[in-house]
Design a protein around this ligand. Structure first.
Ligand SMILES: Nc1ncnc2c1ncn2[C@@H]1O[C@H](COP(=O)(O)OP(=O)(O)O)[C@@H](O)[C@H]1O
Ligand SMILES: [Mg+2]
Length: 321
């Protein structure tokens, strides 16, 4: 559906996007994560045919954004990271204005507007002035507007920024609905956990490069291979606590992917680099050795620290290369 090939964008001498390659399949919800200044907006604007690449190319449904920017604009809907000022424009008039840019008029426009306002949960705001809407409502109106020409790819630049939790939730619901309608969606954010919840795949961008990309679970698995496992055993034998620890320690250290074992007062903490499947096998092995396991759990992934670990930054600073 979307194919980005060796995309490079310079602003003068400044390298904003550096040899970026990416494939997003039809119906996927892809999340672009990266700190401010990483090059997300630049990449998205090239994908939408709004900005010319320095080199490389972008294909949407096989059509080149570089060679045919106007055909691309018909295939892509764009929700920018800012919302303009619309004095004295009602919600329906706003939709009509954008519809007219695509030659949609009259009763067609009415039908499309009704459907889209319902989709973004703004039907009851139809006759309100745009400027009186809350920020979350404006964002959703922007999504409705971006869908007017029924694009196959929807590109949303930080749609959740500045929204309160309730508004974020509503935005998420809208995007979920779009996903189930089979639209391909690209969405950017500098907050990873937020994206991971609604995206099928993510790409982590830093300083113009894609430094990791793939299915959300794969990325987490790779980066969180070392999440420790906590094990509690029940000692029903004659052995002392110390002997029991020694036995457990010996058995654990013989297993694949176990790097280190330490004991706290009542549990063993195992540094483990295996997958979920391998940790399940570890448990099976302990149980079949006759040990009584009363608790066995792996620490949950902490997406925020994953992000920091991968990008090596705090995710908020403007970074200039
Ligand atoms: N029009 C421009 N002229 C010069 N530099 C720009 C321009 N737009 C963006 N940049 C720079 O390019 C880098 C990437 O910006 P951007 O794509 O907006 O990143 P992001 O959306 O990830 O925050 C930033 O360092 C930014 O300052
Ligand atoms: Mg941006």
């Amino acid at each position: 559906m979307l194919e980005i090939q060796n995309l490079t964008k310079r602003y003068g001498k400044f390298l904003a996007v550096n040899e970026l390659n990416l494939h997003v399949g039809k119906g996927e919800i892809f999340g672009f994560v990266g700190p401010n200044g990483a090059g997300k907006t630049t990449t998205m604007r090239v994908v939408c045919g709004l900005l010319k690449a320095t080199s490389g190319d972008v294909f949407v449904d096989g059509i080149s954004a570089i060679k045919s920017p106007s055909s691309i604009k018909r295939k892509v809907g764009y929700v920018p990271d800012f919302f303009g000022v619309y004095d004295n424009l009602k919600v329906t008039e706003y939709m009509e204005f954008y519809g007219s840019l695509y030659g949609i008029e009259g009763s067609d426009m009415e039908t499309i507007t009704d459907g889209l306002l319902e989709l973004v949960n703004l039907t009851d705001k139809k006759d309100f002035y745009v400027d009186t809407l809350s920020r979350g409502m404006k964002q959703r109106l922007c999504v409705a507007r971006a869908l007017i020409h029924d694009p196959e790819l929807l590109v949303l630049d930080e749609p959740n920024s500045g929204l309160d939790p309730r508004a974020r939730f509503e935005m998420k619901e809208v995007l979920k609905n779009l996903g189930s309608m089979g639209k391909t969606i690209i969405i950017s954010s500098h907050i990873l956990p937020e994206l991971a919840e609604m995206c099928s795949s993510i790409g982590i961008m830093e300083k113009g490069r894609l430094i990791a990309s793939g299915k959300v679970e794969e990325i987490m698995e790779k980066s969180f291979g070392s999440r420790p496992i906590h094990i509690k055993t029940f000692n029903d034998s004659q052995a002392s606590e110390e002997e029991a620890h020694d036995n457990l320690n010996r058995l654990l250290m013989e297993q694949p992917n176990v790097k280190r074992v330490s004991f706290t007062e009542d549990e063993a903490v195992v540094t483990f680099t295996g997958s979920e499947e391998e940790s399940a096998k570890l448990l099976k092995c302990l149980v079949s050795s006759g040990m009584l396991i009363s608790d066995f759990y792996r620490e949950k992934e902490d997406l925020e620290s994953l992000f920091l670990e991968i990008t090596g930054g705090d995710g908020n600073e403007e970074k200039e290369a």
